[in-house]
Structures are given as C-alpha cells and as structure tokens.
Write a protein that binds this ligand. Structure first.
Ligand code: GTP
Ligand code: MG
Length: 138
C-alpha cells in the first residue's frame, strides 16, 4: 500500500467541513492513518509551498494557508497518491468533476479545500514535515 499527504485547508476548517471532507475520503476507500489540526506558521507554509515561490500567487497562497487552522493527514491505500488526486478534483473547482471534494466544497482556485501530494517523493517529504513515524498508525 501507498501513503499520501493531505491537508484540509483553512476555507474548509472555517466552514466546519472537516468531517464532510473526511467522509468523501473514506467513501473513496482511503484510510486516514494519521491526522492532526494545526495552525501553520508562515515559515512552515513557505517551506511547504517552496516549489511555488516564483509564482505570482505565492504571497496570496501563504497568507491563505496561515489564515486559520488546517488538518494535516496521512492517507493510506492502493495507489493512494493518484487516487486521492482523483478524489480531490481539478485545482480550479470550476473544472472539477462531479463528486470530487473541490467540486463539492471549494470556493475558488485559491481557496480550494484540500491539498494532496503529487508524487511518491513529495509525499515522503511532506509527511515527514508534519508527522513522526510513530504518529502514523495503519
Ligand atoms: P495542491 O494539492 O494544493 O498542491 O494543489 P494542486 O496540486 O492541484 O495545484 P498546484 O500545486 O498547481 O498549486 C498549489 C496551490 O496553489 C493550489 O492548490 C491553490 O491553492 C494555489 N493556487 C494555484 N493556482 C492559483 C492561482 O492562480 N491563484 C491563487 N490565489 N492560488 C492558486
Ligand atoms: Mg500541487
């Protein structure tokens, strides 16, 4: 089985949608094997999204990610990385397929409810940024 890293973003925690998002995740057959609610620091958000540092929306993205609590998670399943990306839907909710988390809940391309790792390499890096090995219980 594979692990992926997920964040339920501030637009969702503010609207009390953590359980609703988790219901879609679990219904899709992914297992939440680690989870905690945290307030990201600006430094943590900048490190996490360092890959987007040169993009015009970087400042907005960091401001958004520290604008309220997030729920960080490790999801487990067969092909969890690709499967979770499918469950999330397109980055811009206007382009997201029916039934996906972003179609159901996202407000805009920025306030788009969830993050999911895009590769095995990044999943390992992102998980290690927020969880110790003994916090992941499969
Ligand atoms: P993540 O799972 O969050 O990484 O989303 P993604 O892989 O679908 O998109 P990408 O990695 O390209 O962008 C990372 C995040 O930056 C997105 O999820 C958005 O929150 C934000 N983002 C992307 N494009 C824009 C944009 O045009 N404007 C703003 N404000 N935010 C954007
Ligand atoms: Mg991404």
């Amino acid at each position: 089985v594979e692990h992926t890293f997920s964040i339920i973003k501030p637009d969702a925690t503010k609207r009390n949608l953590t359980g609703s998002v988790n219901a879609v995740i679990e219904k899709a057959g992914l297992r939440i094997v680690a989870q905690k609610r945290v307030q990201m620091t600006r430094a943590q958000a900048e490190t996490f999204y360092a890959i987007h540092r040169e993009r015009p929306f970087f400042g907005e993205l960091v401001d958004f990610m520290v604008s309220g609590p997030v729920v960080v998670q490790v999801l487990e399943g067969e092909d969890a990385i690709v499967r979770y990306r499918d469950v999330m839907g397109a980055t811009n909710p206007a382009n997201a397929a029916e039934g996906t988390i972003r179609k159901l809940f996202a407000l805009s391309v920025g306030e788009n409810t969830v993050h999911g790792s895009d590769s095995r390499e990044n999943a390992a890096i992102e998980i290690a940024q927020f969880f110790a090995g003994n916090e992941i219980v499969g």
